[in-house]
Design a protein around this ligand. Structure first.
Ligand SMILES: [Zn+2]
Length: 470
C-alpha cells in the first residue's frame, strides 16, 4: 500500500516534507519524495493523501481504562476507541484502577485475558507497587512482572482502598528494585503531611475553592524533592506523573528524573472551576493561572518530557455529587490530548515540530522501551500514523466521544486541524469521510465513514506490547 503526497512530520526535521509512504505487513517500509513510489504498485493499493499531514501515531502513556473491576467508569473497548478518535495509536494503562491491581503475574494474566479481545489500538501495561506490600513482595513483583510491563506505578498519597500509598522506606526499596530491573518507577507526587495540614473541616457546603485549597502546589513540590532524596543514585529511574507546577518539573530535571504534564494543566487553571465544576476535577487539581505559560515553556525546552491525558472517566452519578470534595477526580482526556497539543502547541507556535513529536510520541516510546517499533515515522517501525487535515477545524463536543464518560472540560472548544484517519500497524482504525476525497483503496472504501468519524477496527485488533531492550 502506498500513501502518497502526504506532508509528513519526520524525525529530526523541523519542516514537513512532502512524501510517499510505503506500508506492508503493518510495517512502514519506505519513505520517498512525493510521486516517486506510486508507479510501482497497482491502483487499488494507492491512496492519494494530497492536502493531508501525516504524524506518527500519538502515545498516551497514562490512561485508566479500569478493566476489570471498575468498568462502570471505562473499559478497554470504549477507551481505545476514544484514543483512536484522538489520533492515539498506543496507550499505557495504569495498574491501580483495575481489580485486582496488577501486582502479580496472576493479576496481569487475568487482566490481559479480558482486555485482549477489546482493544482497537496497541497497549502496554504498568505493574503496581503499593503500601500494603512488604519489601519482599515488592521485589518479587518487580522481578516477575518486569518482562511483561513497561514500568511500575506507586503513590505518595492515594484515594484508593485497593492501592494504598507507599511509605518512604518502601519507596526507597521500590526504586532500587525498579532500577535493578531497568524499568521506570512512576510516582504520584503529593506530600501527605502537606495535604493533612491543609485539610480543613469543610462547612456544610464545600466550594471549589475549598477543593483547590485542599491540594496546594507545595504538596507536589515538596513530594518531588522528597522523592529525589529517597531515590538517591537511582533518580534516573524516577518518573513523576501529572506534574502541574513548573518548579517541580525543574527540580526533577535537575535531579536527573523525568516528568510528564497533562493537557489539562496546560489548558486550564483554578479560576476555571467556577465555570466548569466537576468536569475539571482531577487529583491533583489544575493550578494557579501563571503556571500554564511556565509549563508550556518547560515543555518546549524539554524540562517536561511529554504530555499525557491521565484519562480517568466516571459516570454522572460519581462526577456530579453536588460536593466538590466527593466528586470523582479524573477526566476522560485521551481523545483530546493530541488534537489539543496539535492546535495549541504546534499550530499556535508554542512547540517546534521536533518538540511536538517528542511530546506526543517519541519521548514516551523511549522512556517505556517501545521505540524500536513505535514513536516516529521511520522505515522498519510499525505503520502507526494519523492523517490530519490542517485546513479544517475540530469543534469538540462531548457527544462525539467514544469513551463511557463524556464529561470533559474541553467541551465546546475549537482546535485548529482535524483528524481524517488513524492507522495502527497499517490498518485504518478510525476514519472520517474526509478520506473519500483521496483515491481510496478498497480496504477503506468498503466501510461507511461518517463525517464525524467511524471506528473501523475489530475489537481485539490492538496488540499487547512489551518492553524491548535496545
Ligand atoms: Zn493517573
Amino acid at each position: 500500500m502506498i500513501f502518497s503526497n502526504l506532508l509528513a512530520a519526520l524525525p529530526g526535521e523541523n519542516e514537513f516534507r512532502k512524501v510517499d509512504i510505503q506500508v506492508s505487513g503493518g510495517i512502514l517500509r519506505a519513505i520517498a519524495p512525493a510521486g516517486t513510489l506510486k508507479q510501482s504498485f497497482p491502483e487499488e493499493e494507492y491512496f492519494d493523501g494530497e492536502g493531508l499531514m501525516a504524524f506518527p501515531g500519538a502515545i498516551d502513556p497514562h490512561v485508566h481504562f479500569d478493566e476489570p473491576g471498575f468498568t462502570h467508569r471505562e473499559d478497554f473497548f470504549h477507551g481505545t476507541c476514544e484514543a483512536a478518535r484522538g489520533g492515539v495509536t498506543t496507550v499505557i494503562d495504569m495498574p491501580c484502577t483495575s481489580l485486582p491491581p496488577v501486582t502479580s503475574m496472576e493479576a496481569l494474566s487475568g487482566k490481559l485475558e479480558i482486555i485482549k479481545t477489546k482493544a482497537v489500538v496497541d497497549y502496554a501495561l504498568y505493574g503496581g507497587l503499593h503500601g500494603a506490600m512488604t519489601q519482599r513482595q515488592i521485589e518479587a513483583a518487580v522481578q516477575s512482572l518486569k518482562e511483561h510491563v513497561v514500568g511500575f506505578k506507586t503513590y505518595f498519597v492515594s484515594g484508593m482502598d485497593t492501592f494504598p500509598a507507599i511509605s518512604p522506606e518502601l519507596f526507597r526499596e521500590a526504586i532500587k528494585a525498579c532500577a535493578d530491573a531497568d524499568r521506570p518507577l512512576l510516582l504520584h507526587a503529593e506530600d501527605a503531611d502537606v495535604l493533612a495540614q491543609f485539610r480543613k473541616h469543610p462547612g456544610a457546603e464545600p466550594t471549589w475553592k475549598d477543593y483547590y485549597a485542599s491540594r496546594p502546589m507545595e504538596a507536589e513540590i515538596i513530594a518531588c524533592r522528597r522523592a529525589l532524596e529517597l531515590a538517591g543514585e537511582n533518580s534516573a529511574t524516577l518518573h513523576v506523573v501529572h506534574v502541574g507546577t513548573d518548579q517541580a518539573a525543574h527540580l526533577l530535571k535537575k535531579g536527573g528524573a523525568s516528568c510528564e504534564t497533562c493537557a489539562h494543566y496546560l489548558a486550564f487553571d483554578e479560576t476555571d472551576f467556577e465555570r466548569l465544576g466537576a468536569a475539571l476535577k482531577t487529583a491533583p487539581p489544575v493550578k494557579e493561572p501563571a503556571q500554564k505559560a511556565l509549563l508550556w515553556k518547560s515543555l518546549a525546552d524539554g524540562t517536561i518530557s511529554f504530555v499525557t491525558s491521565d484519562h480517568a472517566g466516571a459516570p454522572d452519578y460519581e462526577k456530579f455529587t453536588d460536593n466538590p470534595l466527593t466528586a470523582y477526580g479524573g477526566i476522560p482526556g485521551t481523545g483530546t490530548l493530541f488534537p489539543y497539543l496539535l492546535s495549541e502547541g504546534l499550530f499556535a507556535g508554542r512547540l517546534s515540530l521536533q518538540r511536538f513529536l517528542e511530546a506526543t510520541c517519541s519521548a514516551a516510546a523511549q522512556r517505556y522501551g517501545l521505540d524500536d517499533r513505535k514513536g516516529s515515522l521511520a522505515p522498519g517501525k510499525d505503520a502507526d500514523f494519523v492523517l490530519v487535515d490542517p485546513e479544517a477545524t475540530t469543534h469538540f463536543t462531548p457527544e462525539k466521544m467514544f469513551s463511557k464518560s463524556q464529561i470533559s472540560p474541553f467541551a465546546g472548544m475549537r482546535f485548529a486541524g482535524r483528524i481524517a484517519g488513524t492507522f495502527v500497524r497499517g490498518e485504518l482504525v478510525y476514519g472520517t469521510s474526509r478520506l473519500h476525497t483521496g483515491n481510496i483503496p478498497h480496504s477503506i472504501s468498503k466501510h461507511q465513514l461518517s463525517a464525524e468519524g467511524t471506528i473501523v477496527a475489530a475489537q481485539g485488533y490492538g496488540k499487547n506490547l512489551q518492553w524491548r531492550k535496545k
